[in-house]
Design a protein around this ligand. Structure first.
Ligand code: TRP
Length: 330
């Protein structure tokens, strides 16, 4: 009897395998679409900006017909701001044979690429994908990696600074020298300072525990301070803004979330739009597109964000013109 059951089960298994293969199932060579896809999301760390991006990637996928629990399985992992954790996560995704790896922020994308050059990787909010060595060229990535960029216009942020707090002579730059996303923006800032005859003081950190000291050094000798889209500074905005607000030094930042967290102002992108665009790119790859030929999408719609409380604390009056032009007052 036992033998009979085993035989029946074996036959059933063989039959179902034949059936699945016969229908094209997962093989894809018949041109049929797979029924369920699996993506792995690795996010550098939990912070408001990155969380907004992730939520909107999932919305963007839904808009394109990929719904979690229906035809999409999502494995979301938080990288805890740690490179080896992110590499382990990427390794797990490779072992699980996910269809696409989604990497949120530069270090997460670098960790994913270090583990696979086969599985498509779609990154979100990488400030300078070429400098981070993720793509050969933004227009022709060339490998298994592409995605969206939040490259920002330093000139525009400095123009905003001129308008809100005119007459500054010394600019301080606070950033993590190990983040490729920050380094390239600082190059632009150097060029701006040179062109306008201004002095630039830099104070770099390697982790969040150094932010307070670095901020204090800048507060003591600068008229204004600037931070790029820096993951380390973004994770310690409270510490930084306490220092700058006490010293009444205007602190210009590069992302809306950094304004929300106490920075004075920025001219930056809308990360919910970036998230949706990233989701669309993931959908394209699930539908068969090749990342090698999909250009990096850089967001171009910039908006002004100002923190009213910080402005009041340091005695800066928000120019009426900015309000009239629709600046977001947070
Ligand atoms: N652009 C950053 C990177 O390349 C990631 C990022 C997105 C970010 N939104 C942010 C960093 C807000 C600081 C603040 O890694």
């Amino acid at each position: 009897m036992k033998k009979l059951i085993t035989l029946a089960l074996t036959l059933a298994l063989v039959a179902s395998t034949l059936f699945v293969t016969g229908c094209g199932g997962n093989s894809g060579d018949s041109g049929d679409k797979k029924e369920t896809f699996k993506i792995g999301i690795v996010q550098l760390v939990e912070h408001p900006s990155l969380d907004t991006i992730r939520e909107n990637i999932i919305k963007g996928l839904e808009d394109e017909g990929f719904k979690e629990g229906e035809n999409l399985e999502i494995d979301y992992q938080n990288g805890q701001n740690d490179m080896s954790t992110m590499k382990n996560i990427a390794q797990k995704f490779v072992g699980d044979e996910v269809d696409v790896i989604v990497a949120i922020a530069t270090p997460a994308a670098q960790a994913a690429l270090s583990e696979t050059t086969d599985i498509p990787i779609i990154f979100a909010a990488v400030t300078d994908p070429a400098k981070a060595e993720l793509v050969m060229d933004n227009d022709a990535p060339g490998g298994n990696v592409t995605g969206t960029s939040d490259a920002i216009a330093v000139d525009k942020i400095m123009a905003l600074a001129e308008q809100m707090t005119p007459g500054f002579k010394t600019i301080g730059a606070l950033y993590n020298s190990g983040e490729a996303n920050s380094a390239s923006v600082i190059e632009d800032l150097k060029a701006y300072a040179k062109k306008n005859g201004l002095k630039l003081e830099t104070s770099t950190v390697t982790n969040t525990s150094e932010v307070q000291q670095a901020a204090q050094t800048l507060a003591d000798k600068c008229d204004i301070v600037f931070s790029p889209i820096d993951n380390t500074v973004a994770s310690s905005m409270k510490v930084a803004t306490d220092v700058f607000n006490k010293a009444k030094v205007p602190f210009y930042v590069s992302a809306d979330s950094m304004v929300n967290d106490g920075g004075l102002a920025t001219c930056g992108i809308d990360y919910s739009v970036l998230g949706k665009e990233t989701g669309k790119m993931v959908a394209q790859v699930l539908n068969g597109s090749d990342p090698a030929t999909m250009a990096v999408k850089t967001m171009s719609d910039l908006q002004v964000y100002i923190n009213q409380e910080t402005a009041d604390t340091i005695g800066v009056k928000i120019p009426q013109d900015l309000i009239d032009k629709g600046a977001n007052i947070l």
